[in-house]
Design a protein around this ligand. Structure first.
Ligand code: GDP
Ligand code: GDP
Length: 437
């Protein structure tokens, strides 16, 4: 499990600025899809080789309209409860406010490790900017500047210092292990119904008990002679028969499940609009580079007009998921379930595919012949060969000269060409340019 940092603070202290700095992707090509949600709240960051998850509570729920009394919204409170470390931001220019005191009191009650970060401290003397925040009773305040980056890496290192340094190798997928499928989605889309439908007639080999609410349940099962593990974020097998399905949706559980999966099945609800929460989960799948199947559930009983509306809503709001296969299913009636599993198998195979240098190079040269890369300034980029630098998701490294500023649109063109030639449906692709001088 990756350590999870949760950003808390009243509006305007700089949470989203800090969040953006922490999650700024190195794999810009995966992230820079047009139409991708701009205001992110779930992300993954890295200091050195250490990955971590980060949640910006600022966007999880709207703050009370009157805005005078800050009441930490339910989802934010839950994220704090599930955090490994809380990063509490205050504004060094505005000074300590009554709202800061209220939040500090609430945070202290949680017993969570808290780092107090005094933001907007660029160009200010440390002692001066931090002095008044000692009264929050949260220990030493650390001055930072989210906008300029001052001291940011240092405080993240402090936040992570009590976690075992686990170097996660992105490629460390053991190939003969059963694929892990995470069933994710916002509350009420039908995740539990889907998990039950999948497991219904199958042989359940084993399932584990969750530790805390932020833990998913892992269920091993067999279908058509093949083994799988389902990562059940809805906690189906935990719910008692009588006990109503109390909402246990957790942002952090969802992120951890996506991180740990080989393939994500993202469930959305055809009876409802695609919401921001759907888009945030989808965005995180992309950040994590996971293979994906989109299951549009509750397809039963909709008329043609409604179905068209749903499809266009999905294409508009989730069109950055173009690589993922869509299935229109009814978990309730059991329709479409096998197709979802079949696509999950295919997506997994695509994510793990091995592509030889000669084949990749042929595909590259074919694509550049059809459409040459645009000039970058005075330079005509020259692409010479391609090799595979990793899998899950596949990484294609392109070698040549003048490749430093290839426009994202051209990189996406190459991505589409490779995806088509190598039949990579279901997995995102990473492309990296390696320019020799
Ligand atoms: P949030 O509401 O807590 O997410 O705050 P934002 O990240 O939206 O930032 C609020 C305002 O503070 C914006 O105008 C930012 O440009 C500004 N801001 C954020 N970080 C810094 C900083 O480190 N220094 C300064 N001077 N301004 C900052
Ligand atoms: P979860 O919160 O995502 O686990 O959602 P549940 O599986 O608990 O389902 C939420 C509600 O949607 C329940 O009332 C289900 O009976 C209903 N539901 C789930 N799948 C379908 C479906 O395929 N069609 C219809 N019409 N309702 C469904």
């Amino acid at each position: 499990m990756l350590p999870t940092l949760v950003l808390v603070g009243r509006p305007n202290v700089g949470k989203s600025t800090l969040f953006n700095r922490l999650t700024r992707s190195r794999d810009a090509l995966v992230a820079d899809q047009p139409g991708l949600t701009r205001d992110r709240h779930y992300g993954r960051g890295r200091v050195g080789e250490r990955p971590y998850l980060v949640v910006d509570t600022g966007g999880l729920e709207p703050v009370a309209k009157d805005g005078i009394m800050f009441e930490m919204a339910r989802q934010s409170r839950q994220a704090v409860d599930e955090a490994d470390v809380v990063l509490f931001l205050v504004d060094g220019r505005a000074g300590c406010t009554p709202q800061d005191l209220i939040i500090a009191t609430q945070l202290r009650k949680t017993g969570k490790p808290i780092l107090l970060l005094v933001n907007k401290a660029e160009g200010m003397a440390r002692a001066r900017v931090t002095a008044e925040f000692f009264e929050l009773g949260l220990g030493e305040p650390y001055p930072i500047s989210s906008a300029h980056g001052d001291n940011v890496v240092e405080v993240i290192e402090i936040a992570l210092e009590n976690f075992p340094e686990e170097i996660v190798e992105e490629d460390a997928v053991v190939e003969d292990k059963p694929p892990k499928l995470a069933i994710v989605g916002r509350p009420n889309v039908g995740k539990s119904t889907l998990v039950n439908a999948i497991l219904g007639e199958q042989r359940v080999i084993a399932f584990d008990q969750p530790g805390t609410t932020r833990d998913s349940i892992y269920i091993d099962f067999e279908r058509d002679g093949k083994q799988y593990t389902i990562i059940d974020t809805a906690g189906v097998r935990r719910r008692g028969k009588v006990e109503e399905a109390i909402e246990k949706f957790s942002v952090i559980k969802t992120m951890q499940a996506i991180e740990d999966a080989n393939v994500v099945v993202l469930v959305v609800d055809a009876r409802d609009q695609i919401t921001e929460q759907d888009a945030h989960v989808a965005d995180f799948v992309l950040q994590a580079g996971r293979a994906l199947v989109l299951a549009v559930n509750k397809w039963d009983g909709l008329d043609n007009h409604q179905r068209e509306m749903v499809k266009s809503d999905i294409e508009r709001k989730l069109h950055f998921l173009g690589f993922a296969k869509r299935h229109y299913i009814s978990a309730l009636n059991g329709n479409g379930i096998s197709n979802v599993l079949k696509s999950a198998d295919d997506a997994y195979a695509a994510a793990m595919s091995k592509m030889s240098t000669p084949k990749l190079t042929r595909a590259l040269l074919g694509a550049t012949e059809k459409q040459a890369p645009p000039k970058v300034g005075r330079f005509l980029p020259k692409m010479r060969y391609a090799h595979q630098g990793g899998s899950n998701p596949p990484l294609i490294v392109i070698h040549g000269s003048g490749l430093d500023n290839i426009p994202a649109s051209y990189a996406r063109y190459l991505e589409r060409s490779f995806a088509e030639i190598f039949k990579l449906e279901g997995t995102p692709l990473k492309i990296q340019f390696n320019s020799s001088k």
